[in-house]
Structures are given as C-alpha cells and as structure tokens.
Design a protein around this ligand. Structure first.
Ligand code: ZN
Ligand code: ZN
Length: 350
C-alpha cells in the first residue's frame, strides 16, 4: 500500500516536472529560450554611465538634432485615424512600439503609449521629444490590446487607464504570463495571460504569443518575474508580426517557420548603443534586417526609435544605420522602412 502511494507520488512529481516548460524556473522567474536571463551586474551599468560621459551628448541630443529628426519623421500631430478598410488592413504607427492595426473585422493595439514620459513618474524619466501623434480619446473602438512586456516604454499605466476610461466597451487585454494582476490592479477585467506559443481566437483571427530575446522588470525586486514576447496576428486579411523588444536570437527562424511568412512586421531599430551593453536585449538596424529575413516578412516597419531617448545613439542614427544595413543585405527601401508618426501602411488582401 505504502509502496503504491510512494510510486504514485513519484509519478505525479515526474509528470509535474515534465510538463513545466524549460523557460519557467522554480524561483518563479522566466528565461529566454536559450536558457539565458538578464544578469547585467551593477558594475556594467556603472561602466556604461561613466563611458557615455566621453560622448558628445550635447550635440547628439541638441535641439538642432531633434529638429532634424522631427523633419525626417515629418511629425503629424493629431493625424485623423483612417477608417477600417473593407478588405486587407491598415496599420498606423503611433510612435515607439505603438501600432493601431485595423482589418474589416478587428482593431488591435500594440504596446499603447500616448503620454509624455516612458517612466513610472510623470515628472522625470525619458521624455517624448516630439508631440504625440494623437490623444488616446481619438482612438476608434479597440477589440484587442497586446502587451509585449512590462518595461515602462511598452506598458504605460496612464495610457492603459485612459483607454479603460475612453473605450465604450473594455478591450480584450492579451498579456505575458505574470501581468494579469497588474492589469486587474488598474481596473481591467477582460485580461488573458499567455505563455509562448499559446493562441487566442478573436473573431475570425488568431493571435499568437511568441518567444523573443529580452527580459522584464518594473521595480528593483521583480526582474524576470513576468514573461516577455512578440505577437503574431493571423487572419484572412493580414498576417502580421510585432516583435516587441528583443536582441537577436534563433527564435526568429522558429517564428518564420511556424507562423510565417508575414505581410507586414513591426521590428525594433532603436535603443542599441553602446553595443557591448545593449546587444543582448536590443537589436541594431542590421540585426533587425536579419529578423525581417528570418521571419519571412514581405515588408517591415522600423519602430522603437524617434520617440524617447533611451540609449546613446543620436535621435536620427537609426534611420542612417537602417539604410546602410539594407544596402549591405540587399533589402530594398520599399521592403523595410520607417514611417512618420501617425502615418499608415495599407496591406492588400491576399
Ligand atoms: Zn524592454
Ligand atoms: Zn523598449
């Protein structure tokens, strides 16, 4: 009898171990698919902060350089939102990692951020250096909001609260594992936490959460306790990939093989200098072009630049580096491009 009980207890333990995904650690944190975890020691952060003192930061982030970047971005404050298309899709860049995706049957928002700082504080932290393209209240009814991870430039409490207030019916919030309680805490009810490769059906579309190479933290004590990832939308009108924040990894070949090709992708091209510090978690434009090729995207929009100053490259550097990377890798400017804030791309139905 005791032997039988012990055997069944062992079986339960083994089953539990076998069913725990490798990226879920026993301490409640998550890892990347290669087992790595963000583990930058404080000394490296200090080295970055001290070495950046040698850079001509006054020139990099001068008013003249901002002006040049805003001109390149052809800022369009208060751009009217396009109507939902009758066929295909319209994708509008709202700055940084925020996109409005409209198909005939679905309106989806990615990492919505429409306030003035990427920070826990309204008075300090990285400030938006141009006007925001529109107010949260100007957004049309949104069916689904997807969140890539909890960093302040991707999960903005003031924007989420404003959405909860302004939307006539609450959107469906699709969030990485561990973030539902944060959403419940700000008053959201319609939340689903997802693990990598899980799928949510929304109308006639499927939304997939996929692995990318990054990390998470919102406070000094919650590092990697919530998951991070990218999102894929598959529908008759649009196959779309949103990469969130990421370093280069073989995850993109997997995503391309399992869910590609895509009509359109949103890929990060900013916040990548200095490389020795940023490379692990933020691709540069050359690596973004590698992602574009690996996931098999017809076209890609460069995002995560031209909105907040997060790292050491000058505001307008990503555009120049993207042009050089395209040339080196034989990708055309029609294939991988940047948009002005508030500008849209049309995707024809297949
Ligand atoms: Zn991040
Ligand atoms: Zn980011």
């Amino acid at each position: 009898m005791i032997k039988t009980l012990l055997l069944s207890a062992l079986a339960v333990t083994l089953t539990a171990q076998a069913s725990t995904p490798a990226h879920h650690l026993p301490d409640g944190t998550f890892t990347n698919t290669d087992g790595s975890q963000s583990d930058k020691p404080f000394s490296e952060l200090m080295r970055w902060r001290s070495e950046r003192g040698d850079l001509p930061l006054d020139e990099y982030f001068s008013d003249a350089r901002i002006e040049k970047t805003l001109t390149a971005l052809n800022y369009r404050p208060n751009t009217p939102i396009p109507d939902a298309p009758e066929r295909g899709a319209v994708v509008t860049w709202l700055g940084h990692a925020s996109f409005l995706i409209q198909t005939p049957n679905l309106t989806l928002l990615t990492d919505p951020h429409l306030t003035s700082r990427a920070s826990p504080f309204s008075f300090a932290g990285p400030k938006r250096f141009g006007p925001k393209p529109m107010d949260v209240n100007a957004l049309p009814p949104v069916d689904v909001v997807v969140i890539s991870h909890n960093h302040y430039d991707h999960l903005d409490k003031r924007t989420i609260k404003a959405l909860l207030k302004s939307q006539s019916s609450e959107p469906r919030w699709l969030v990485p594992l561990g973030l539902a309680s944060w959403f419940k805490g700000v008053g959201a009810d319609n939340v689903r936490e997802m693990d990598w490769w899980q799928i949510e059906g929304v109308g006639d579309a499927d939304v997939h959460f996929v692995p990318v190479h990054h990390w998470s933290a919102r406070t000094p004590t919650n590092r990697n306790k919530t998951l991070w990832g990218g999102w894929v939308l598959k529908s008759d009108d649009l196959d779309y990939f949103f990469a969130g924040d990421t370093g280069w990894s073989s995850d993109f070949r997997d995503i391309g093989q399992r869910l590609g090709p895509f009509d359109l992708s949103s890929l990060p091209v900013g916040a990548y200098e200095p490389r020795w510090f940023m490379k692990q978690h933020h691709v540069n434009p050359a690596e973004a072009v590698d992602i574009h090729l690996a996931v098999r995207s017809d076209r890609s929009i460069g995002m995560h630049w031209g909105t907040f100053q997060l790292t050491d490259e000058p505001y307008d550097q990503p555009v120049m580096d993207l042009a050089a990377a395209r040339k080196a890798k034989g990708v055309s400017a029609d294939e991988f491009f940047v948009l002005p804030h508030g500008a849209s791309v049309q995707v024809d139905p297949p």
